[in-house]
Design a protein around this ligand. Sequence first.
Ligand code: OFO
Length: 176
Amino acid sequence: MLSKKIESALNEQMAMEGYASFLYLSMAAWCDREAMQGCAAFMRRQSEEERQHMLRIFNYILELDGHPLTPAIAEPPHFYDSVQAMFNNVYEHEQKVTRSIHQLVELASEEKDLATFQFLQWYVDEQREEETLMRTILDRIKLIGDGPQSLYYIDKEVERINQAQAAADATQGAAT
Ligand code: OFO
C-alpha cells in the first residue's frame, strides 16, 4: 500500500516521463523534416522508451492499490536552432529527470517505503545510462565539428548509436 505522499510523487513522475515521451516525439518530427533520418529514428525510439517508463510507474501504482492519474501533457517545442541545440536540450531534460528520480528515492527512504525504494533503483540506473548516452552523442557532435557535410556525419553517427542501442535492448529482452 502506498502513502498518499508517495502516490502523488509517483503520479508527478509519471507526468514527467509522459512529457519526455512527447518532447522526444516532437524532436523526431523536427529531425525528419530536416532530413536527419538517423536522428529521427533515435528520437522515436527514445520517445517509445519514455512511454514505457511512464507505464512502468502506472502499473506499479495500480499493483500497490493506488490510482495512477493519466497526466495532461504540455505541448513541447516543435523547432530547434540546430541538432546540437536539440541534443543539449535532451541532455538537460535528462538531468532534470535524474534529479526528480533522486528526490523520489529520498522520499521513499524517509517514508520507509522499501518497495518503492527498490522499484526506483531501476530508474536510477536508467537515468545514469541515459545521461551517459546523451553526453556521448554531444561529444561526437563536437568531434565532428561544423565543417561541410557535418550534419550528414552526425546523422550517420546517431544512426549507428541507435542501432547499437536497439540491438543491446533486443539482447537484454531475450535474456529476461
Ligand atoms: Fe525516463 O528515462 Fe529519461 O527521462
